[in-house]
Ligand binder design. Structure first.
Ligand code: 3UK
Length: 505
């Protein structure tokens, strides 16, 4: 089924093919100030592709760094880079000059397309690439828009090989230096033909919405590639909050939502203030979905959450479940096209009920850009995601923790997520993160960092109450012997808890 021709341009397959199929007058992308049909998007993409090739003189294989928030022009730039046979290097809007410098260097970036509002950190890079062009920059005569106006349509898609690299995506780096991962034209189509097809049954009537940045493959797939492959619409909005996302779901009558568990947890109590009845599928990824969050969301909206684990290395979601196949507590089963198993420390497969290292094989896989960690991630064709998982007899996969976050206390293995799960059920707890703190006597002790709901005071009495609350619900040796109250959990731009920062406090 995932059989693609040897000559392939993924942007042409997503965009030109949609127009040829007659989707030209349908809405492709909706932004805060504009909405473009497939034909309008195609005209912009073609003009940008001409600018890249003709004005900037970029040639096949050149790398183009993209910097912008989620909006239609950022999407057009991304597609144009792919259509012109160049390599897109999308970057997170919050990155600073220091991090951008490392990316420019590591990915050998040849040109930069940057939203005018985010230009500052680019200009602060010491060794700037040859070309830096701004977009969403109406008053600038040298802007991308001004250059686009001088070019005709169409632009003939560059005939790439299916296994030409088209995307270099950097991991969010929850622990250290971000790693660049390379993906092919065919990988981009493969993710569209796996998760959204089998788990969402995406159709051209769908309207996708959500928070993840286009620079994060979760957002790139969920808000741009998946809708296009289905001939549907993607809503791209900047700076969303739980309230503004709910308002946008109501306004645009969105049917599919992609965001992280913490966002769903914050949206659940607010959902009653909005009409979100258009939603039929909501997808949670990026972090483990706590049962308390699944239940709160379902109670608020009637929707059964579609959990899915994805990774930048594998491009998108590879284990998930939807509809009646959902098992609360489990992430799901391998998405059709992928295989998964659990390995022990020696790389041997283990059976149901044993916690081990998650290993995944499928149409997409890890290719680090000049990184010696490739051999740690891929073993005999199996991708080791760094997650501790367990399988049941029916082939469902259950997340336990990140392999290196497993807490070992007095000889017991304790998964922080299980303790978080319980704490999140207490009315005083807004958010929490549980880590292992080094301790002479026990090796590590379980330590909880708790953000309180408004109206609760961080007292010793409340800490003791929370500790007792955990002891009553799971094995007492798992309770947090140390409990600290904090105002805010440290998170990456993609919403992931930065446990290493909690450990450093
Ligand atoms: C963790 C999950 C439990 C897990 C991503 C969807 O998160 C994405 O990519 P990253 O490279 O991180 C990968 C790691 O994140 N994780 C993601 N989803 C889940 N853990 N349950 C989940 N549902 O540790 C994984 O190894 O930032 C997610 C699509 C594309 C992505 N890139």
């Amino acid at each position: 089924e995932l059989d693609y021709p040897q000559r392939l341009n993924c942007a042409a397959e997503l965009l030109d093919a949609a127009v040829e199929r007659g989707a030209g007058e349908r809405i492709a992308i909706v932004g805060e100030h504009e909405s473009w049909t497939y034909a309008e998007l195609q005209r912009r993409v073609d003009r940008i592709a001409h600018v890249l090739r003709a004005d900037l003189g970029l040639v096949t294989g050149n790398r183009v760094l993209l910097r912008g928030a989620n909006n239609p022009m950022m999407a057009a730039c991304l597609l144009a880079v792919l259509k012109a046979g160049l390599i897109a290097v999308p970057t997170m809007p919050l990155l600073r000059a220091r991090e951008l410098t490392a990316i420019v260097d590591k990915a050998s970036v040849d040109a930069v397309l940057c939203a005018a509002s985010l230009r500052g950190e680019i200009d602060a890079i010491a060794a700037l690439p040859r070309h830096v062009v701004t977009f969403n920059d109406p008053d600038n005569p040298a802007s991308l828009e001004a250059m686009m106006a001088r070019h005709p349509v169409p632009f003939a898609a560059h005939a790439c090989a299916a296994d030409d690299v088209c995307l270099i995506s950097f991991t969010s780096g929850t622990t250290g230096i971000p790693k660049g991962t390379m993906h092919f034209h065919r990988d981009v189509l493969a993710i569209c033909d796996c998760f959204p097809r089998h788990m969402l049954a995406a159709a051209d009537t769908d309207i996708f919405i959500g928070t993840p940045p286009l620079a994060f493959t979760f957002g790139l797939g969920g808000l741009l590639l998946f809708p296009m492959r289905a001939g549907a619409a993607g809503v791209l909005l900047e700076k969303l909050t739980p309230d503004t996302l709910l308002a946008a779901i109501e306004k645009y009558r969105a049917t599919v939502c992609f965001t992280a568990p913490t966002f769903y947890r914050q949206m659940a109590p607010l959902a009653a203030n909005y009409d979100v009845s258009s939603l039929t599928r909501t997808v949670s990824a990026g972090e483990a979905l706590p049962l308390a969050t699944r239940e709160a969301w379902q109670a608020a909206t009637g929707l059964r959450m579609i959990d899915g684990i994805g990774a930048t290395e594998l491009l998108h979601i590879f284990i998930s479940a939807a509809g009646d196949a959902i098992r609360p507590g489990a992430t799901g089963k391998p998405v059709p096209g992928y295989q998964a198993c659990i390995l022990d420390a020696n790389g041997q497969q283990v059976g149901p009920g044993v916690i081990g290292r998650l290993a995944v094989k499928g149409p997409t896989g890890c290719r680090y850009l000049a990184d010696e960690r490739q051999k740690d991630y891929v073993l005999d064709g199996w991708n080791l995601t760094g997650d501790a998982y367990e399988m049941d007899a029916d082939g469902y996969f259950y997340y336990r923790s990140r392999t290196d976050d497993m807490i070992i206390s007095a000889g017991y293995n304790i998964a922080g997520a299980e303790v978080e799960e319980v704490l999140l059920r207490h009315e005083a707890v807004a958010e929490c993160g549980v880590i292992g703190r080094a301790c002479e006597e026990r090796g590590q002790v379980v330590e909880a960092h708790v953000v309180l709901q408004p109206g609760f005071e961080p007292t010793e009495a409340l800490a003791a109450q929370l500790q007792d609350f955990v002891k009553l619900q799971i094995a007492p040796y798992k309770y947090p012997r140390s409990l600290r109250f904090i105002d805010k959990l440290p998170r990456t731009e993609t919403g992931k808890l930065q446990r290493f920062k909690l450990r450093a406090t």
